[in-house]
Write a protein that binds this ligand. Structure first.
Ligand SMILES: Nc1ncnc2c1ncn2[C@@H]1O[C@H](COP(=O)(O)OP(=O)(O)OP(=O)(O)O)[C@@H](O)[C@H]1O
Length: 588
């Protein structure tokens, strides 16, 4: 929390928004002591700004400056009170419904939905007509009209958090509901509470001014809303007395602007994908930008001295360091290394899929002589999938949940040329059959498939345009060993049939040795060893490769003795999984 507040204080939008808001708060608290009574008739009506009345006078001869300053007090007080109450009631109802579920959720959700279908403004007008006048009426009316959509947001968030491991852990350790809500759920919703409060305050200021402008507030009290009400009543527009409503209008707009900036700053600080990194965080790329050169015979992909940096708050962080390797046409090249060694980052760079916070700072990635790092726009889109495709790590989330499989194939094929739906579906059937699935699944939805089936669909999609290289980024993670084995067998058969090259990324070195022609081993972003699988099996040279190999259990007594391990320099190896996959003709 302290860290968040420190970052908030350094955020430019938060500083501007917070500064503006502080100014208006000071104006509301201290300002009224320094201006004349806003109700006194102090001059002639409709006087433009002059030395005695800096903002001029109203249609009745009151001082506009005094009305603007004094009006801030009640408007902001009601705004913040409603903001806090709407957030509190919404959070209470939403979290209770989402966390407790079942009956409680049914009742609270029904109540919330009833309030949601009643339009807010008419509800506020009706309630306003019956409640006794005064600022408390405004607070009550706006809270009743505004809490429901907030409850929806909090319910959704607590439903998402309720299923998380740390909440389950708290439940099984016997913690009380109130403790789980206050210690586990609420701290994880701090940013939502903050941005909801600011959004609700913005709603409250706008709705309050709107109601008062319509004459539904207490018109005898000076607020920004009643200032506008009286400006309308005194024909300020007809008499072109702009000074009567412009100052109040400007104040409302500036408070809205300040609250929006604060809300946006909280979003940016709490949502990693919105974080803005200073351009200075990444040094200029020194990668040459040659677009095309003569392809080298026997080399399909050439990764040449590639360095990749991520922009972080502490500056550029190098996660791939001077990596070089070649992949020949039809070859299976394995990239191994512990978690975080940079494997997926390299895979993403090959397809131009690095996030905006990352960049190839040095080196070249040549695909058949074409510099992939220099590709942009339509050229990059045409290159992806037709030349190089990818099977993604997460079988569960790689498919679009709202499209049938046939539509996803059609999307892929149509993105690379005009193709009728009938042709796409025919090709989809053929590809599904090729990966061992029933062609009839073309009409199925992703949620109807198991993890293994979805990953087969992922492979079929990757082969749809017959690319020359397929990147397999941990394609069998989260699948059991039997499905894993079937899937890899199928991939090997397809590779032999179709002749594409494969870049296989995994931390499972024995699996790679069984599957690949050659293997490169990454440690901390550096490629420490590249050799044929046969040579690595016979005896890895680098201590890190030896350590990776020795960390897997062996099935036969002969293999049980690990290869001699030298002390690995600067090494902290997280033990990879103990999966052993038997591939036909593969490793041991
Ligand atoms: N957006 C990012 N910003 C900063 N650093 C990042 C970002 N994404 C990844 N990294 C860092 O880059 C390094 C390499 O990550 P990468 O995902 O390529 O590793 P990996 O070897 O594929 O790991 P895994 O097997 O767990 O997927 C890691 O240290 C990671 O923390």
């Amino acid at each position: 929390m302290r860290d968040f507040l420190r970052r908030l204080s350094r955020h430019r939008k938060a500083a501007v928004g917070g500064g503006l808001l502080l100014f208006f708060l000071l104006l509301a608290v201290v300002g009224p002591f320094f201006v004349m009574d806003p109700s006194d008739l102090v001059g002639r009506p409709h006087q433009p700004p002059n030395a005695a009345h800096w903002f001029g006078t109203t249609g009745q001869g009151q001082d506009v400056l005094a009305q603007t300053v004094v009006g801030a007090r009640q408007t902001l007080a009601v705004g913040f009170a409603v903001g806090a109450l709407v957030t509190l009631v919404g959070a209470l109802v939403g979290i209770t419904a989402g966390y407790l579920g079942r009956r409680v959720d049914d009742v609270l959700s029904l109540t919330t939905n009833v309030f949601l279908v009643i339009p807010g403004m008419p509800l506020a007008i009706v309630l306003g007509a019956y409640l006794p006048s005064g600022p408390l009426r405004m607070v009550a009316v706006l809270t009743v009209a505004g809490w429901a959509w907030n409850a929806r947001v909090f319910r959704a968030e607590s439903l998402a958090l309720r299923g998380r491991d740390f909440v389950s852990a708290a439940v099984v350790t016997g913690e009380s509901h109130s403790r789980i809500v206050s210690r586990e759920l609420l701290p994880n919703m701090a940013s939502l509470v903050g941005s909801s409060f600011i959004g609700n305050t913005l709603y409250a200021v706008g709705a309050q001014v709107g109601l008062e402008f319509l004459g539904l507030g207490d018109v005898s009290v000076v607020t920004w809303g009643t200032n506008l009400y009286w400006a309308g009543n005194d024909a300020a527009l007809l008499t072109r007395s702009w000074w009567i409503f412009v100052p109040t209008g400007m104040c409302i707009a500036l408070v809205g602007f300040a609250l929006t900036l604060l809300s946006s700053a909280i979003d940016e600080l709490t949502n990693p994908s919105l974080r803005v990194h200073k351009p200075a965080a990444l040094p200029a790329s020194t990668a040459p930008r040659a677009h095309l050169e003569k392809p080298v015979p026997g080399v399909l992909l050439r990764v040449q001295d590639v360095c990749i940096d991520y922009a972080t708050e502490k500056g550029a962080s190098r996660v791939v360091d001077s990596v070089s390797f070649d992949v020949a046409p039809g070859e299976v090249f394995g990239l191994a290394g512990e978690s975080g060694s940079g494997k997926s980052t390299i895979g993403s760079a090959l397809l131009g899929l690095l996030p905006s916070s990352a960049r190839v700072a040095q080196g070249r990635i040549l695909f058949n002589g074409m510099d992939v790092t220099a590709l942009e726009g339509p050229a990059l889109r045409a290159f992806r999938w037709r030349q190089v495709s990818m099977v993604f790590q997460s079988a569960m989330s790689a498919l679009n949940p709202v499209l049938t499989l046939g539509e996803q194939f059609h999307d892929t094929l149509a993105a690379h040329g005009r193709v009728s739906r009938a042709t796409s579906y025919a090709r989809a059937r053929e590809l599904l059959g090729m990966v061992g699935l029933s062609p009839d699944l073309v009409t199925a939805w992703p949620h109807q498939l198991s993890g293994g089936m979805r990953q087969r669909v992922g492979i079929a999609l990757a082969l749809a345009l017959e690319p020359r290289l397929v990147i397999m980024d941990e394609p069998t993670t989260a699948l059991d060993v039997v499905v894993q084995k079937e899937l890899l067998q199928r991939m090997v058969e397809l590779k032999q049939r179709l002749g594409f090259a494969m870049l296989f990324i995994t931390h499972d070195l024995p699996l790679l040795l069984a599957l690949s022609d050659r293997v490169g081993v990454l440690q901390g972003g550096k490629l420490v060893e590249v050799d044929t699988s046969a040579n690595l099996r016979a005896g890895a040279r680098h201590p890190y490769t030896q350590l990776l190999l020795s960390s897997f259990p062996h099935l036969s007594a002969k293999d049980a003795a690990p290869p001699p391990v030298q002390k690995a320099p600067e090494l902290s190896v997280s033990r990879p999984s103990t999966r052993v996959a038997a591939i036909p003709g593969g490793h041991r």
